[in-house]
Design a protein around this ligand. Structure first.
Ligand SMILES: Cc1cc2nc3c(=O)[nH]c(=O)nc-3n(C[C@H](O)[C@H](O)[C@H](O)COP(=O)(O)OP(=O)(O)OC[C@H]3O[C@@H](n4cnc5c(N)ncnc54)[C@H](O)[C@@H]3O)c2cc1C
Length: 500
């Protein structure tokens, strides 16, 4: 099949069996009708619909040599810089359709990472994981499955290794080996879209030592596997979804994150992609995090477009759009937004093939880290500028239900209107859109911590930059040394993934 419609995806997750999902203390049986989760279902659904809508059809589909047919790009393996560029562009476009995080890129990045990692092991003589993975990815592509990616362990004491933790389950581990598979235990935190997917791909979250071998584990399981429990997290303003309004919750598509608990879950051997290969864990993390950091260029600049557009409209509604400081601030927002995007495109165009076969094209790790590091800062700047222009009503506006109450409706219409060609309702609509996007988890907290906290990028950039080579250049120009002969243009070192 290869391509499902959005409606087929919704039907698929409606009919799951065992999935134990909890929202605000209550078990949810049907995520597609649950008011808290429905916005997430709609955002995820948009990634399926994109393959059928005229303005994204070409971006959202790609031929897969693995199954010999077109598949949804979110389940594809990258074979060229063009594929990586298409990823960033697709993510930007999807932000325009959803106004939030559409939650499908972590699973996508996990697939591309595991292709490289299992292929590297196959090239070194251990073929079983590659064979498992290729069968798995073919199945995912043919069924057009919705995947979550689970890397971040709950981690207990941050400074201790998995095997040193007071809680031995602070990192996901294997607690039993059987003839037909393994039993895994542990929990993964902050997992995007976890309640609304078909399957989850689990990966280690850090470099490991030999003592951590039981924790060096990667596998995929259906969400309704016995023992899987999901506790959905809360977000600012989330109760608006339960109110039955049609303004206050705009854009009415939202992401969610959740705690994924693996309470002694059975994983058959054919779904295991890494086990006890502790030396591979660090490289896996480097490959995944670079893919994921590159992707943020697309989704966050797309949300930036929504915020810039909303701010421009609100400036019109109160009659200040032509003022020079407003124009300057809007230009600054554009500059910040396009800078993040440009870095992601550079990370894509400057990518490189790491392993042979129908996948294995990786990003430029330096530019991917630069991209994500910009993303840890610029959305906050853009949000601040948008709040400046929108005015204080952004934090004080009455609810849509006040506007609908005949007792005060006329007064609100009179006093919230700015420029006469707009109405109080249009102002309220745009205010709510701006509030719910610019203050959202998807735009702010995720920008800081998703794909790793800021320090993680700084450590990567420090490792990748060859400061000694730069010093040699400076010493030559200062008359303190010979002209260095170096064929590299950028003084960048090889990443771990490229070294081995
Ligand atoms: C909205 C959102 C969506 C996400 N989606 C996903 C997802 O789909 N899948 C997934 O796997 N993960 C996901 N994440 C998790 C994300 O990757 C982590 O939040 C991130 O890696 C940071 O880990 P942490 O939250 O445990 O923070 P911590 O690691 O606890 O970091 C908190 C602070 O402690 C510092 N710190 C941590 N360890 C050390 C140390 N050893 N020494 C010195 N300082 C240290 C950090 O630099 C940081 O400043 C998501 C996160 C968010 C916020």
């Amino acid at each position: 099949m290869g391509l499902r419609t959005g409606q087929q995806y919704v039907e698929g997750i409606r009919h799951r069996q065992h999935a134990s999902i909890y929202v605000m203390g209550k078990r949810v049986t049907d995520v597609t009708t649950n008011l808290f989760l429905k916005p997430s279902v709609l955002a995820f659904k948009a990634t399926f619909d994109a393959a059928f809508e005229e303005d994204t059809r070409d971006l959202a589909r790609v031929y897969s040599p693995i199954v010999g047919e077109e598949v949804n790009r979110f389940n594809s393996l990258h074979t060229s810089p063009q594929d990586l560029v298409a990823k960033v562009k697709l993510l930007r476009k999807l932000s325009h359709k959803t106004g939030t995080c559409f939650q499908r890129c972590v699973g996508w990045d996990a697939l591309n990472t595991l292709y490289i990692v299992t292929r590297r092991m196959a090239d070194k003589g251990k073929k079983i994981y590659y064979d498992n993975f290729i069968k798995y990815v073919a199945d995912v592509q043919k069924k057009d499955l919705a995947l979550a990616g689970a890397m971040t362990d709950v981690k207990g004491v941050r400074t201790l290794r998995p095997s040193e933790q007071p809680n031995p389950d602070a990192y996901v581990r294997v607690v039993e080996e059987r003839d037909d598979g393994i039993i895994v235990r542990g929990a993964k935190a902050n997992i995007t879209g976890i309640a609304v997917v078909d399957e989850v791909v689990v990966m280690p979250t850090r470099a490991m030592s030999e003592n951590d071998a039981a924790y060096a584990i990667s596998f995929a399981i259906p969400l309704d596997s016995p023992g899987v429990k999901i506790v959905v997290g809360r977000q600012l303003n989330d109760a608006r979804r339960l109110e039955g309004g049609e303004v206050d919750g705009l854009p009415y598509m939202f992401n969610h994150e959740g705690l994924l608990i693996l309470d002694d879950v059975f994983v058959p051997w054919e779904r295991v992609f890494l086990y006890k290969e502790w030396k591979e864990a660090g490289v896996l993390v480097e490959i995944f995090s670079s893919y994921h950091r590159q992707g943020y260029a697309g989704c966050k600049s797309g949300l930036g477009d929504v915020i810039i557009g909303a701010t421009h409209n609100l400036a019109k509604q109160i009659g200040v759009v032509d003022k020079s400081h407003v124009q300057e601030k809007l230009t600054e927002m554009v500059f910040l937004n396009e800078t993040m995007y440009s870095a992601g495109l550079a990370a894509s165009w400057e990518g490189r093939k790491l392993v042979d076969g129908p996948g294995g094209f990786w990003v430029n790790p330096m530019y991917a880290n630069v991209t994500k590091h910009l993303v840890t800062r610029f959305p906050y700047e853009i949000a601040k500028l948008s709040h400046d222009i929108a005015g204080g009503l952004l934090g004080t506006a009455p609810s849509e239900f006040d506007l609908k109450n005949p007792e005060i409706k006329a007064l609100i219409e009179k006093y919230l209107q700015g420029v006469p060609e707009f109405t109080a309702e249009t102002r309220l609509r745009m205010i709510r859109l701006l509030e719910n996007t610019s203050l959202s988890v998807a735009y702010l907290v995720e920008s800081v911590h998703g794909a790793g906290s800021p320090q993680a990028q700084r450590i990567s950039m420090q490792r990748l930059y060859d400061v000694d080579a730069a010093e040699k250049i400076a010493k030559f120009l200062a008359g303190m040394g010979n002209r260095p002969v170096d064929f590299r243009v950028e003084p960048h070192k090889k990443s771990e993934a490229e070294k081995t």
